[in-house]
Design a protein around this ligand. Structure first.
Ligand SMILES: [Zn+2]
Ligand SMILES: [Zn+2]
Length: 359
């Protein structure tokens, strides 16, 4: 995440701010230029507020000439609680906030949210409360469904413990499901599929059977919390072991997490000492693959590990658990490097329709 300055007084402001706490200037976020701008809501200004400004706490602006009432994030939401469902609107606003963060990052990485020419799949969201019907967070045909009860801290923590997960957040859910979207967009119809199968396994394995087996195993043998298990030699999370598609989505989500974290560290000028001096560091073996970008990503990972050691130590000083509970094994770094090469490499001409229902 970038660090932003108030355009009026130059003090620090944040991505979600509607105004500057120092000078009182009205602010909004222009998703086109990816910047915080001074915005008072006057008729002569080149923007107006998003129609979801109040209901979704949305500070994104819409070009004055744009006929759509909603900003480019809010207009992607196809299903949401209605205005009478007051008990779900706070969760909806939380989810929209996380969604704006993810969409802004995708824009920063130059990732398309639909096929060129406007054909399917266009990314869509269904942000649904599960009090009326069963809602399963997942991905299908370009549409991401999020169970809004995941915004409830007590509920999410209970599920996290049931599933033996080390990390469970709304932002993480959205990054994971978006990973499925990009598999269908960037991997399935591309020459990268072969390399994908080498790294993640054959995705033609029966998906539903794999997921059923995963959840049965989780129920039988709840994974001990607080430390990564043997699965961490090859996977970023226990859920990533369920099926190659889930491994990809978990890895993709982790990639977005790392890139966002690195951007934030850079924006605030954070420096940590040589991470190789930090205790507990896993050695990084020499890697023979010398494709473009590989070394640069290795450097990014080394820098990231330095930050995470410091972050976790800092969290413990404050009396919290580890902020970053992941282990990046050599195999996981290879998978992350693959994601990096897909994103940073040439893309665009290999867009195809999405299919299948994924969690
Ligand atoms: Zn200001
Ligand atoms: Zn909006």
């Amino acid at each position: 995440m970038q660090a932003f300055h108030c355009p009026t007084c130059r003090r620090l402001v944040f991505f979600h701010n509607f105004g500057c706490l120092s000078c009182g200037a009205g602010l909004g976020y222009d998703p086109v230029t990816r910047s915080i701008v001074a915005f008072a809501g006057g008729a002569a200004e080149p923007w107006r507020s998003c129609g979801n400004r109040v209901v979704a706490d949305c500070n994104w602006l819409v070009a004055a000439s744009d006929p759509n009432d909603l900003c480019r994030s809010c207009r992607l939401t196809a299903v949401r609680p209605n205005d009478a469902e007051a008990e779900h609107l706070a969760a909806f606003a939380d989810a929209e906030s996380a969604k704006r963060q993810v969409l802004d990052q995708l824009a920063g990485l130059g990732l398309p949210i639909g096929a060129s020419g406007g054909g399917p799949p266009q990314l869509r969201f269904r942000l649904m409360a599960s009090s009326y019907e069963r809602v399963v967070t997942g991905y299908e045909e370009g549409t991401i469904t999020l169970d809004l009860s995941e915004s409830n801290d007590a509920h999410r923590e209970r599920v996290r413990q049931q599933l033996g997960e080390l990390y469970r957040t709304v932002l993480g859910h959205l990054r994971h499901e978006i990973g499925h979207f990009y598999w269908w967009l960037l991997i399935a119809p591309s020459p990268h599929l072969e390399r994908f199968r080498e790294l993640f396994g054959d995705e033609r394995a029966d998906y539903q059977a794999a997921l059923d087996q995963h959840y049965a195993q989780t129920a039988d043998r709840p994974i001990a919390l607080g430390a990564p298990g043997p699965w961490s030699d090859r996977h970023i999370s226990v859920y990533a072991t369920a099926h190659p598609w889930e491994d990809w989505a978990e890895t993709f989500g982790q990639y977005l997490l790392i890139r966002d974290g690195l951007e934030t560290a850079g924006a605030f000028g954070l420096e940590v000492g040589d991470p190789s001096q930090a205790a507990g560091r896993r050695p990084t073996p020499t890697v023979s693959d010398s494709r473009t970008g590989h070394r640069r990503f290795r450097d990014m990972i080394d820098r990231w590990l330095g930050y995470t050691f410091a972050l976790n130590a800092m969290a413990r000083s404050i009396g919290q658990g580890d902020l970053y509970p992941f282990v990046l094994s050599e195999t996981v770094v290879q998978k992350l490097t693959f994601v990096h090469e897909i994103i940073e490499g040439p893309t665009g001409e290999v867009l195809g329709p999405g299919s299948a229902r994924l969690r």
